[in-house]
Write a protein that binds this ligand. Structure first.
Ligand code: CTP
Ligand code: MG
Length: 386
């Protein structure tokens, strides 16, 4: 096509109000995955084998906005205000077609995810036959007639039925004649063409050409375009400290008056430190040594809460939300079970996420069994915030 004398035009009707969707704005201007339904529809036209001009028919107060939205998507476009009904909107679009246009495809912007191949197939069939062409799908439900009182009055032979979609394609002169002759409102273009006695044939439609009508349709479209499933990430951390040093024992974020302290640059809280490593590892943010070095005076003698709060902030800044943390203390002392729930409450409060704490011994074996120190093992799960 030369941009000034296109052979094919696609009239994209987008002037409806979208009452059934109820989004508070015209349906074609609802955004999904960073683009409006109208832009998705025009993008599909831009993907056709033969370049076509786009005539976008939109609500009167959105003409300027639409020019800016679609101007760069196709080489030739024009934007006109629509009418009270779909039919009036299509007529408005036909009214601005340049005379060089030989084939017109009429498309609902609401069928925003129609593949470009469906446009190509409809155009090819119009070119091959000179007839009207509608894409359609067989009807899979059993269809019945019912009367006003809700009683079934008959079953329709579904082998004769086709659920039709858009784009519907026609020789331009035929479609114009059909619209000039129209005496009643029709919900599609093929009915008007059939009414003037011109043949219309069906080609295979595509499930992706479904019409976004209700909120459920929009959710389906969201899933279709949705980002690939984001998997959570897990991390593992362990820490060991020997008994020794000065002052009180601090473990699992709690003070343990009268118990032998653990040695370390900080307070030696192996439970808190294992949790920090698990969280940093899950988020891919390094480890406790690289993040909170012993050279940093902020952490000299610091309690677990300081490390955990700093870790929580690091994760939040990098866009991670903490799913949960599970940590196990391995050691013979202190006797942990009486304060297990207290530790969980304190640690969960610091992180703003559930922390489960368990404790065990090693049956007298190894350095924990001999009471030389404690080990803690933690796992954490984090998810990227949307
Ligand atoms: N359409 C139009 N002008 C109208 C009515 C409808 O251009 N006066 C367009 C819609 O924008 C849509 C297509 O025709 O792309 C199919 O119509 P429909 O799905 O019924 O959309 P709406 O009329 O917007 O929705 P509703 O009927 O729920 O209000
Ligand atoms: Mg409507």
């Amino acid at each position: 096509m030369s941009a000034s004398s296109p052979r094919v035009a696609v009239v994209v009707v987008a002037a409806g109000s979208g009452m059934r969707l109820g989004a508070g704005l015209p349906k074609a201007f609802v955004s999904l995955a960073g683009a409006t339904l109208l832009e998705h529809a025009v993008h599909a036209v831009a993907g056709m084998h033969e370049a076509a001009m786009v005539v976008a028919v939109v609500p009167g107060d959105r003409v300027e906005q639409t020019r800016a939205l679609i101007g760069g998507l196709v080489p030739a476009s024009s934007v006109v205000p629509g009418g009270e009904s779909r039919q009036a909107s299509v007529a408005a679009g036909l009214g601005v077609l340049p005379p060089c246009v030989e084939v017109v495809l009429v498309h609902d912007a609401a069928r925003a995810f129609t593949p470009s191949a469906q446009f190509d197939a409809v155009l090819a069939a119009v070119d091959a036959t000179g007839e009207g062409v509608v894409p359609g799908l067989p009807v899979s439900d059993t269809v019945k007639r019912a009367d006003a009182a809700g009683f079934v009055t008959g079953t329709v032979d579904r082998s004769e039925l086709v659920a039709v979609q858009t784009p519907q394609g026609f020789p331009a002169r035929v479609l114009e004649a059909a619209y000039r002759a129209a005496t009643r409102e029709a919900t599609d273009d093929a009915s008007l063409v059939a009414a003037i006695g011109h043949p219309v044939r069906v080609v295979d439609g595509d499930a992706l050409a479904f019409k976004v009508t209700t909120p459920a349709d929009l959710r389906r479209a969201e899933q279709l375009l949705g980002s690939p499933t984001v998997l959570p990430r897990i991390g593992l951390g362990t820490d060991t400290h020997a008994f020794g040093g000065e002052g009180d024992l601090w473990l699992a974020g709690l003070p343990w008056p009268g118990e032998t302290p653990l040695a370390g640059h900080s307070d030696g809280d192996a439970v808190a430190h294992a949790m920090v490593d698990a969280l940093l590892s899950a988020a891919g943010l390094g480890d406790i040594g690289s993040r909170f070095g012993t050279a940093d005076p902020r952490f000299a003698g610091a309690h677990g809460e300081v490390f955990l709060t700093a870790t929580r902030d690091l994760l939040a800044d990098a866009g991670w939300a903490i799913g949960n943390v599970s940590v196990q203390l391995v050691g013979t002392r202190p006797r942990f079970s009486a304060r297990r729930e207290e530790a969980q409450t304190v640690l969960s409060g610091i992180l703003g996420a559930p922390v489960s704490v368990t404790a065990t011994t090693t049956d007298g074996l190894g350095f924990t069994g001999r009471g030389e120190g404690v080990t803690a093992i933690a796992t954490a799960m984090v998810v990227q915030r949307p």
